[in-house]
Design a protein around this ligand. Sequence first.
Ligand code: NAD
Length: 498
Amino acid sequence: MREITHFIDGASVAGSSGRFGDIFNPNTGEVQARVALASVSELDAAVASAVRAQQVWALVNPQRRARVMFDFKRLVEANMDPLAEMLSCEHGKVIADSKGDIQRGLEVIEFACGIPHVLKGEYTEGAGPGIDVYSMRQPLGVAAGITPFNFPAMIPMWMFGIAIAVGNTFILKPSEKDPSVPVRLAELMMEAGAPKGVLNVVHGDKTVVDAILEHPDIKAVSFVGSSDIAHYVYSRGTAAGKRVQAMGGAKNHGIVMPDADLDQAVKDISGAAFGSAGERCMALPVVVPVGAKTAEAFREKMLAEIETLKVGISTDGAAQYGPVVTAAHRQKISDYIQLGKDEGAELIVDGRDFALQGYEKGFFIGPSLFDQVKPAMRTYQEEIFGPVLQIVRAETFEDALALPSNHQYGNGVAIFTRNGRVAREFASRVNVGMVGINVPIPVPVAYHTFGGWKRSAFGDTNQHGMEGVKFYTKVKTITARWPEGAVEDSAFVIPTMG
Ligand code: NAD
């Protein structure tokens, strides 16, 4: 059986823990490979390599580091097709979506290509008599990233793209469910000219995550995954004195105002709710039509839209979405559908019985649609992370605004309307981190930043853009004078520059 190994100090490392995780092909349900799960000793080896590499890498000038990023981008583009296929066959998302996953990561690499400009710092000439003040951003040393299964290319690139460009070295602990693409990215980074040890990949579970959180030479940890683990990583990592950003789960709402272009909104929401089988943290699993008329019309049109959806294997170019990542995840989604029924929501479309001919053992689940979902229901309060769309009816704009604002998660939200004033008021008042106006999945472009509010993110900085640069650097401020002539008395009071 194919074995997926760690990537430490520029080489494949089998590891000695004797523990492995199964890698499924979600299309067929078969185990297609096994991944080595690290023990503390593999992490120690990766950190030792990263520490050595960082001493050299931090001295490489920024434009040379940027050139490695340019070459990495070129190599990933040249490998787009095999990478997308590898990703689809471990994750289950369709090829077009896998290419999107890689492309959105590459956009952060493009941002990292401009790192010399970003790192220039600030300078004040003559802040006092003969005194100049300037600041510089310096790398932290070794940083680590712990990533989820649902974007195995984009999220690692969000993290290591910036961390490495600013002069850190990096330990990536990808999801143990789809680890092949992250390893390939690390190999391509070496091919692009990064010295060995600059990017290491260590696979594993809680054992290695805990070791990362405790390792004294790891200065910063970026995490993306579910909220309980995000909170755990944030608490434990910060208690160990590290800088930590930890993004968590989501339950994004789409508000449909009575004046919205309903046909467009239905298409957009269908793509955002069911695309990638709902396994996106920016998916739109809750729709809030405002007013009974909007709700009835939306429900009817969404039903017709669902009829047109094609679920297929991840390499089927005609399929809108493929299987979910594991049988256990499919079971979890099915359990939530049953719970929704038991809680009294109206299950209009039930995707549980879906089976794909010839792929009966694959982890497929059809689209499901609920109406009459109420805020007190667990299925509304919790993240399902599957192809399940819930209609929560609201009577007024204020009621609709309150729903995402009061929800425990605050990752993304979208409003569909033709009224600019209403959209502006919504964007200003809603208690959520990323807002779309007639945009169903408002994932910000790479030079802005990504991050939710409330239980969708712990820590103060977002992912990528300038927030990413801040997270992976520390600021040093220098106050300099070059006195000449007679020695002056130093004052014993706090110096001012009057
Ligand atoms: P997960 O929390 O199960 O796993 C994320 C990472 O944590 C993995 O690397 C995993 O190995 C590790 N991990 C799992 N259990 C652990 C434990 N007990 N102790 C220490 N580490 C542990 O998440 P997932 O299922 O891979 O991904 C889906 C989740 O990620 C969803 O909740 C989704 O909303 C969220 N997500 C959030 C964002 C965001 O930016 N907010 C983006 C993508 C995904």
